[in-house]
Design a protein around this ligand. Structure first.
Ligand SMILES: [Zn+2]
Length: 97
C-alpha cells in the first residue's frame, strides 16, 4: 500500500504509523468521565470507507488523515490533520483598522 503524504508525496506505507480512528472528537476538559472513556476505548470496525489518523514517522513527521476503504485498502483521499494557519499580515500596522 502506498500513501500520498500531502507534504512529501507518495511513499510506502512502511514509513507511516497507524494511529486510529480520525472521526473521534476529544471531549473538553470538563466532560464527565463516561464521556472521556467513550472517547478513548470503544472503536467501530467499519467495512468500507473510513477516516484514519496516520503519522509520517519516516518522513515529515506530520499527522495526516487518510480516507481508506478497509475492504480493499484503496486510498480515497489524504489530507493534513491540521489545517494550515493563514500567514500573518506583513508590515507595520498591517491588519489594523
Ligand atoms: Zn510526509
Amino acid at each position: 500500500m502506498r500513501i500520498s503524504c500531502p507534504h512529501c508525496g507518495e511513499r510506502d506505507v512502511g514509513e507511516f504509523a497507524y494511529y486510529g480512528d480520525a472521526t473521534k472528537v476529544r471531549p473538553d476538559g470538563v466532560s464527565e468521565l463516561e464521556v472521556f472513556l467513550d472517547y478513548v476505548y470503544p472503536r467501530d470496525n467499519p467495512a468500507g470507507p473510513h477516516r484514519e489518523l496516520w503519522y509520517h514517522l519516516g518522513g515529515c513527521r506530520a499527522w495526516i488523515v487518510v480516507n481508506r476503504d478497509t475492504r480493499t485498502h484503496e486510498i480515497l483521499g489524504v489530507e493534513a490533520a491540521r489545517k494550515e494557519r493563514k500567514a500573518a499580515p506583513q508590515g507595520a500596522g498591517a491588519g489594523r483598522p
